[in-house]
Write a protein that binds this ligand. Structure first.
Ligand SMILES: [Zn+2]
Length: 67
């Protein structure tokens, strides 16, 4: 909870250790990971999960005889 009258520091999530670090940092303060590289890797695996989910949905629809 930010104190009244204080602007909260903008943070970004480290995909390596799931902690928040200051947005202007290129590397994580906690795990030392490259935040941009970790974010890119996360986006790639999230896209793979979305594609697999869509495939599974299509396959299940076919099994159940749905359009
Ligand atoms: Zn980290």
């Amino acid at each position: 909870m930010p104190e009244p009258g204080r602007i909260p520091v903008p943070l970004r999530l480290c995909r390596g250790c799931r902690r928040f670090v200051r947005i202007e940092h290129a590397d994580c303060d906690f795990c030392g990971g490259d935040l941009a590289a970790l974010e890119a890797a996360h986006a790639e695996s999230a896209a793979a999960v979305r594609a697999a989910t869509a495939e599974l949905r299509t396959a299940m629809g076919r099994l159940l005889g749905l359009p």
